[in-house]
Design a protein around this ligand. Structure first.
Ligand code: C5P
Ligand code: MG
Length: 297
């Protein structure tokens, strides 16, 4: 019947008819999926954000920590510093997710947030040796289905670039403890610079925040050059800035973007639908990306 055509368009992959899935152009998604499937796994690369994309936004009704939040632990930083970081979060996170302000307006404020937080962290004489324990004690959680996601990509030799404005040392520890830091995984993030006694003295390189992933991507032309034969990209993110993670890809043929819409869902739904091919609304799992990977590889 007439009213089933929309459903038919969507059910190429059963998981795409889950209630959390929204697509502005399901037919276009189907076309991209078919093209990627025909090209096979040897032409695929996956680029993913980390915080609130590979990790959960909430668990049992409680917010889960980002890489930065994981460091807010008594073993690492003073109570005073924790309060100051919390203050920054309360000030700047609402700005991050405010869809009434333009990226241009938000950019300098985001730089301010990251810079202030990193300055505070550097004052705390954080020891590299304490990071593993702090990650273990944290409530960070990879999304359900993460094992299949990482394992499938490793088994099919598909490179995974994790491109994060979080903290590389923390992120690596999270995936190491989850036993999914396979050799096909490359991380681009903000890394800590420790002195010879293992105490944090600075952050390395150019700061990555949520609005300069384009610049970050372009600094990694070497990586993308090596992957030039992988002209199909599956991109996962939770912020609109994450869409720029693929800006450095050479010889791009198809890109399918999946966006997790975790917070301020009603206000942001339309802009996410306009920007991401597949929008996952308050979906805490990797079910849809996994189903897509099974389909195209
Ligand atoms: O991995 P991803 O690029 O998502 O990491 C960035 C996230 O880290 C942002 O979405 C932001 O909410 C969070 N953040 C934080 N504390 C800071 C700076 C950023 O929790 N000081
Ligand atoms: Mg994120």
């Amino acid at each position: 019947g007439k009213d089933t055509s929309d459903t038919e368009q969507r059910v190429k992959i059963a998981e795409l008819s889950k209630s959390s899935v929204c697509m502005k152009e399901p037919e276009r998604v189907n076309e991209i999926l078919t093209s990627m499937r025909n090209s096979g796994s040897s032409t695929l690369q996956v680029i993913s954000d980390f915080d609130m994309t590979l990790t959960r936004f909430a668990y049992n009704g409680k917010r889960c920590p980002t890489c930065h939040n994981i460091l807010e632990n008594d073993k690492l930083i003073s109570e005073e510093c924790q309060a100051e970081l919390q203050n920054l979060l309360d000030t700047y996170y609402p700005i991050e997710i405010d869809c009434t302000r333009s990226p241009e307006e938000k950019l300098p404020l985001m730089v301010e947030w990251w810079t202030k937080a990193h300055d505070l962290l550097v004052q705390q004489k954080i020891k590299k040796a304490d990071l593993a324990l702090v990650v273990r004690e944290s409530e960070a959680r990879l999304r359900d289905g993460y094992k299949e996601f990482f394992k499938h990509l490793n088994d099919t030799c598909v490179p995974l670039l994790i491109f994060s404005a979080g903290i590389g040392d923390v992120l690596e520890e999270v995936i190491r403890q989850a036993d999914v830091f396979f050799s096909n995984v490359k991380v681009v993030s903000n890394y800590m610079d420790f002195d010879e006694s293992g105490v944090l003295r600075a952050f390395k390189g150019q700061l990555i925040h949520i609005y300069n992933k384009r610049e970050g991507a372009l600094l990694n032309t070497q990586h993308f050059q090596e992957l030039h034969s992988r002209s199909n990209v599956l991109l996962l993110g939770d912020s609109l800035g994450d869409l720029n993670m693929s800006d450095g890809v050479s010889d791009l043929q198809n890109i399918l973007t999946i966006g997790y819409l975790n917070d301020k869902v009603d206000e942001r739904r339309q802009s996410y639908l306009n920007s991401y091919d597949v929008v996952l609304v308050k979906d805490e799992s990797m079910e849809v990306p996994n189903a897509i990977l099974r389909y195209i590889t």
